[in-house]
Ligand binder design. Structure first.
Ligand SMILES: [Zn+2]
Length: 456
């Protein structure tokens, strides 16, 4: 009898050891969305940090790399109900609701019916919820988690619905949608609903509990490459720290969606330096979020993107005629290819960049064509890039699109598009129940997997 019991006990222990832990243990989710962050953006950033000897990364490793090495990867599609390529509205709607939708639509399925979002479900379970972004809070991604409209352009309506839904944390840009026109009184109404309002770093620091509505710019927050000009604006990481401080006071747990929205903007502008700095911004955020998950039981960090933007990468270019170097004994002809294979030094140039090329272009466009002399263009470009740029060999530099294209050619950079692509996207889950997010899936599968992780 004793032996029998011992055998049973050993068997039970063996079964417990070999059966994988069941999902459903997650209490807190921090969902980081790199808007427009295709897999090439992840490669472009992590490769530079590892191999380009950058002064910003003496240890040659990024938080993103740490997450990739310590987490579970997945690859997922993002097509909508009837289009191969998506926009941020449909993508965020499909991710937040698990329903197929259409480009431009916020929080509604493809038939136009309101679809319940993850944050609305979490609210019903008594959890705290929040959205943080570095664009404006009424933009597609935060909007699709908190509101329901036919069209992403209905920003005033989105702002009203957001306050009505009342997440514990709303932070980012977009003050004008809460304080002008038909929404002139929305800030007052938000206060009545219990929101503390902050419009800069100082005001945000004073808020310790309750609900937070942080609106740190009229529209979007500045590009990371230009943030140094705006020390009063909290960074995406600072906003996220405050959001977690507030949300984690709920014993039932929280779900926070953080959008790094400018990766998309930099890629739309085909601006590699700004793109790199937006990835740095995301990496700094992970530098806070991952240790938080390490020390906070039952916390899941899920990082993904809504779509790819730009399809940018390094390339090689032929500099001229190939030269025959020698013939081997076997008669093979060896060429000096005269090929420039793109250089690690380009990464160092990214770190020097001081302006967004999109903003520079907009400024230069305002000048009359006669004023856009090669000398002025070279001077302005050099100031923006942070190193002396020589455009003397550029053809027709006054054509600004051509000017930036030639600059990229010289740096060995190529972009396939100024818009979005259908590239499948990488996801990385880290922490509790990260294993739920492996394999090849679709962005409508994220919500069911989140529910499984939460034990709903
Ligand atoms: Zn976009």
């Amino acid at each position: 009898m004793k032996n029998m019991r011992r055998v049973l006990f050993v068997l039970l222990a063996f079964v417990l050891m070999t059966v994988p832990a069941l999902a459903g243990n997650v209490k807190n989710i921090i969902w980081v969305i790199g808007d427009g962050m295709g897999p090439e953006a992840i490669g472009f950033f992590t490769e530079g940090v590892r191999y380009a000897n950058l002064p910003d990364y003496p240890e040659k490793t990024s938080n993103l790399e740490r997450m990739l090495n310590g987490g579970t990867w997945g690859l997922f599609f993002n097509n909508t109900y009837d289009t191969l390529v998506t926009d941020s509205a449909a993508a965020a709607t499909q991710m937040a609701t698990g329903q197929l939708s259409r480009p431009g639509v916020i929080g509604e399925d493809y038939n136009g019916a309101a679809a319940k979002t993850l944050l609305e479900m979490a609210r019903e379970k008594g959890m705290s919820v929040g959205v943080v972004t570095d664009v404006y809070v009424t933009d597609a991604t935060p909007a699709a988690f908190t509101s329901h409209t036919q069209n992403r352009r209905q920003k005033m309506e989105i702002a009203r619905q957001m306050i009505d839904f009342g997440p514990e944390v709303i932070m980012g840009g977009g003050l004008k949608y809460f304080s002008t026109g038909e929404n002139k009184k929305l800030l007052k109404q938000a206060k009545k609903k219990g929101y503390h309002i902050a419009t800069n770093k100082k005001e945000l620091a004073k808020i310790k509990s309750g609900k937070v509505l942080g609106l740190f710019a009229e529209q979007a927050l500045p590009m990371t490459v230009e943030m140094y000009m705006h020390p009063q604006i909290p960074t995406l990481t600072e906003q996220t720290q405050k959001a977690v401080e507030i949300l984690s006071q709920n014993p039932n747990g929280f779900i926070l969606m953080v959008e790094a929205g400018k990766i998309d903007w930099a890629a739309h502008g085909n601006d590699a330096g700004a793109w790199f700095k937006e990835m740095q911004n995301l990496d700094t955020l992970l530098g806070y979020v991952l240790p938080y998950a390490d020390k906070t039981p039952d916390t899941l960090v899920y990082l993904n993107a809504d779509h790819d933007t730009g399809l940018g990468a390094f390339t090689y270019r032929h500099l001229g005629q190939q030269k025959v170097m020698e013939k081997t004994a076997q008669g093979e002809v060896l060429y000096d290819g005269n090929v420039d294979y793109a250089s690690f030094k380009t990464y160092h140039q990214f770190l020097l960049q001081k302006r967004s090329l999109y903003n520079l272009k907009e400024e230069l466009k305002k000048l009359s064509p006669e004023k856009r002399t090669p000398a002025l263009l070279q001077e302005q470009l050099s100031i923006a890039m942070g190193y002396p740029v020589d455009i003397s060999a550029f053809k027709n530099p006054a054509d600004l699109d051509g000017l930036f294209k030639q600059l990229d050619e010289e740096r060995g950079l190529v972009w396939a598009t100024p818009s979005h692509s259908s590239l499948p996207l990488l996801s990385v889950a880290y922490g509790e129940d990260a294993g739920e997010f492996s394999g090849l899936y679709h962005n409508t599968d994220i919500l069911p997997r989140m529910k499984a992780a939460l034990g709903w």
